[in-house]
Each structure stands twice: as structure tokens, then as C-alpha cells.
Design a protein. Structure first.
Ligand code: ATP
Ligand code: MG
Length: 445
């Protein structure tokens, strides 16, 4: 039994009263049946686009998807996507259906969907429509392609990554034949737009079962992220690490908060290690300079996947600085805060914790990070001066002392450094005296 939200139930009633069979379909049915809260509700209907428009005439709708058969009704409870029963035509480019063919019945519509657990429909009176035994697969935790798996992945290779994403989000096992076909067809992902690949990979990285998905599908993932292939099986050979670089990174991803930039940074933080690896005379592995190399590899990967400038900057900072200490004294914590701000500081804490736990050795490193976090919270609670804006003097005060041009900014930064280091009080009197003394020193030289 599925509890339909009122906005979906109302739309079903409106369409059916007008004579068009209508069902809830896809992810919302899957998620309801497994006891999870659906994030949105999709309907499919026998009504053709123009007929849907007529039923919802006078309501707020979006018509952008109409030529593919989708009308979006904007309800007070969020957008509701309603799609005419359709079968996809061929996919000669492996990406877009050549044409949309509207079909009269729901079973034909379900047949075009990718995985059986997403190919079920629900109706408040008629109950479940499940021609591909999706419920059995849902109960067994299995992802199985609808119909011939090779054909389905040939039609649309993005489904391969959707499969990996669903495995990561749902913790399901990909059925053997489906997994084999995903691997056979992986080359076809080269014709999929970078943005769509990025979105599926991001969903996969943020899944609850990301560690397992990264481990089970390293071959598929490195086929779309070839820069990362050398990580798989790259032994670390040192006392700080139990795992190879890929397994370590997978564990680190699983430890980090499920936020896209943090998870991407975790995946990429050590990608430069294989290129930097040396083994000393005792057989111990070293990776000198790897954060910088990781950063460079990550930069080209993120550019290829068309990440925004803002996300790229955030991820690259984390990759580049993941190995740098954050500060084991209040003074060092304040200095770092001045450099990177609270948000990036907390990002780095999360990344360093993920890294430390992912190493599988030295739990004291994790404890140290808890200590740094405590220190950070304390420093922030002290309302310490951490930016030029918070100084008790400003540029006008420096001009009044006789400084001009770039010397004004330079002096303010020197004042801030001294305040942050705790050698100078943040009072107007102390700051002006300090500035005057520095100016006199300069004049004496
Ligand atoms: P979620 O929204 O949680 O990511 P979902 O299963 O709802 O999962 P959507 O991308 O919202 O996925 O798509 C809705 C439904 O449309 C899916 O359940 C599936 O039946 C079908 N679908 C979406 N994309 C494809 C595709 N590329 N190939 C075949 N069917 C698809
Ligand atoms: Mg959905």
C-alpha cells in the first residue's frame, strides 16, 4: 500500500475523470515500496500532451518537456511531472531517442524504463502494475535491466552509470547478466554529455553505499575517469596505509559527509600518488609531492566534467591542502582561519578525517583532528579578530598617519598578523602605536 500525497492523487483523479488512465511511476513507487520517502512524484498517463494541457488548463504548468510527452504541473507541494505513455524509438546516437512514440498502455511505457525496480506503476484503486517483477527484485535488493541488458545499454549508455548510482544509493547488487552487459557496453559512455556523467557520478559518490560501489565498479568508473585508473591496485607499501590507493580513497569517500564537493575531493585527494610513488631501499613506499600532482590531475578532470568555477576552486583547495597540518595551537588555527575562512577550514577538517579513517591505521590521527575542531570552535567562540574588517583601525586611520597607496594595505595586514599571533591587542591605541613604530623603523633605514 502506498500513500499518495494529495497533489499526486488529485492529478490522477483529474486525468482519470477526463477518461485517461493514469499511474504513479518510477522512483516514487520504488522508494515508497522500500519504506523510503520519495523525493518527487512522477505520473504517467494515457493522455497525449495536448490532452494533458486541456486537463490542466488554467493551472500553473511548465511546457518545456512537452515534445517528449512531459507536462510539469507546479503545485503547492512542488512540481509534478506527468508524462504520456510512450515507447522510445531507436537510439541511433546511443543518447537521444530518435523519436517519441505515444502508446496506449502502461505496460509498453514501463518496458522503456531501465531497471525493473524503477519500472513499476501504482494506482490508488488498481494497485501495483509490475510486469517485470520489480517487486521481487526490490525485495531481493537486485538491480536488473528491463529486457535485454546489452540492448538497453546500447540504446542509452547513461543507464550504465545510473546502475552504478542506484547500487550506491540503494545498496543493491547488480544482477550478473546486467553487470556483464554494463561492462561490455562501457565504451559507449564516450558519447554521453560530460554534464550528465558528472551528475550520475556525483549521485554515486554521495550514496550511502558509495564504498561498495567504488570497489565493485572500479573498472566502469575508471573507464569514464581514465585519469584515476592508476590508483586501482597501486600498493602504498608504508606503515601509514593498509590499502591500495583506490581502496583507501573509496573508504575515505565513505567517511566524508555526503556533500558533492567533499566527496569529489575525497575521491581525488590522492589521485597523484601513482605518478609520485618511489620505493626506498627498505621497500617502503613514498609519495613526495603528491598533493600538487593530485591537484593538477583533478583540475583537468573537473574541467572535462564541466564543474562550475566555484565548485572547482573548492575541490582543488581541499585536494591540494589535504596533507597540510591545520594547526595544533590556537595561534596556528587563527592564522589558517585568516587564510582560508571558517567554511574551508571545516571542509578541510572533514577531508582530513576521511583521509585519516580511510588509512586504516593510526587512530590517534583522527583524535588529533577532533582536538583541532575543538580548538577551532573555541577560537571562533572567542570572537577573535580574524579579518581586516574586524581590526580596530581602518585604511583612513593609516592615511591619517601619512601612509599612501599600497603601503596602507600592507600595514593593515601587518597589524592583522600581529593581532592574530597574539602579540598585539586589537585596540585603536595599540594598533596606531604599533603602526607608528613600524613607520619610524622604516624611516631610520
Ligand atoms: P531518482 O529520482 O531517485 O534518481 P528515479 O528512478 O526516479 O530515481 P529518474 O531519473 O527520476 O529516476 O527517472 C524516473 C524514471 O524514469 C525512472 O525510474 C526510470 O523508470 C525512468 N528513466 C529515467 N531515466 C531513464 C533512462 N535513461 N533510461 C530508461 N529509463 C529511465
Ligand atoms: Mg525520480
Amino acid at each position: 500500500m502506498i500513500d499518495l500525497p494529495a497533489h499526486a492523487a488529485r492529478a490522477i483523479t483529474l486525468l482519470e475523470d477526463a477518461g485517461y488512465e493514469t499511474w504513479a511511476v518510477g522512483g516514487c513507487v520504488r522508494d515508497s515500496l522500500r519504506g523510503a520517502e520519495p523525493h518527487d512524484w512522477d505520473l504517467c498517463t494515457a493522455a497525449k500532451p495536448a490532452e494533458m494541457q486541456a486537463v490542466f488548463a488554467g493551472e500553473r504548468v511548465l511546457e518545456t518537456g512537452l515534445k517528449h510527452g512531459t507536462l510539469t504541473v507546479l503545485t503547492g507541494s512542488g512540481p509534478l511531472e506527468i508524462t504520456s505513455f510512450r515507447a522510445d524509438g531507436g537510439y541511433s546516437d546511443g543518447r537521444h531517442p530518435d523519436g517519441v512514440r505515444f502508446v496506449p498502455d502502461v505496460t509498453a511505457d514501463l518496458a522503456r524504463r531501465d531497471f525493473t525496480v524503477g519500472a513499476m506503476a501504482w494506482h490508488p484503486q488498481r494497485g501495483l502494475c509490475d510486469p517485470f517483477r520489480g517487486l521481487d527484485d526490490l525485495q531481493d535488493g537486485i538491480l536488473r535491466a528491463v529486457g535485454d541488458p546489452d540492448a538497453r545499454f546500447q540504446e542509452d549508455a547513461l543507464r550504465i552509470l545510473r546502475g552504478v548510482r542506484f547500487a550506491s544509493q540503494l545498496g543493491f547488487t547488480v544482477e550478473t547478466e546486467t553487470a556483464a552487459a554494463m561492462r561490455r557496453q562501457v565504451g559507449r559512455l564516450s558519447c554521453i554529455a560530460a554534464e550528465r556523467i558528472r551528475e550520475e557520478l556525483t549521485g554515486m559518490l554521495c550514496g550511502r553505499f558509495a564504498i561498495r560501489a567504488l570497489r565493485d565498479f572500479s573498472d566502469i568508473l575508471t573507464a569514464v575517469l581514465p585519469e584515476l585508473a592508476p590508483m586501482v591496485g597501486c600498493a602504498q607499501q608504508n606503515p601509514y596505509h593498509l590499502y591500495d590507493v583506490w581502496e583507501h580513497s573509496a573508504r575515505a569517500v565513505g567517511q566524508a559527509p555526503a556533500e558533492p564537493c567533499l566527496r569529489w575531493a575525497m575521491l581525488l585527494h590522492d589521485c597523484g600518488k601513482p605518478a609520485c610513488k618511489t620505493v626506498d631501499e627498505n621497500g617502503v613506499g613514498h609519495f613526495y609531492g603528491h598533493p600538487k600532482v593530485s591537484r593538477d590531475i583533478a583540475a583537468s578532470l573537473l574541467r572535462r566534467l564541466r564543474f562550475s568555477g566555484e565548485q572547482t576552486a573548492r575541490i582543488l583547495l581541499l585536494v591540494e591542502q589535504h596533507d597540510r597540518p591545520l594547526g595544533d595551537s590556537d595561534k596556528l588555527v587563527r592564522r589558517r582561519l585568516v587564510q582560508i575562512g571558517e567554511g574551508r577550514f571545516r571542509d578541510l577538517l572533514a577531508i582530513k578525517k576521511g583521509d585519516a579513517v580511510g588509512q586504516g591505521t593510526h587512530p590517534e590521527n583522527v583524535a588529533e583532528l577532533w582536538e583541532t575542531e575543538r580548538r577551532l570552535n573555541e577560537v571562533l567562540a572567542q570572537d577573535a579578530c580574524l579579518s581586516l574588517r574586524q581590526l580596530a583601525v581602518n585604511g583612513d586611520d593609516m592615511t591619517a598617519l601619512g601612509l599612501h597607496g599600497p603601503a596602507v594595505g600592507e600595514m593593515l595586514h601587518r597589524l592583522l598578523d600581529a593581532v592574530v599571533d597574539g602579540t598585539l591587542d586589537n585596540t585603536q591605541q595599540a594598533l596606531l602605536a604599533f603602526a607608528r613604530a613600524r613607520m619610524e623603523e622604516q624611516n631610520d633605514q
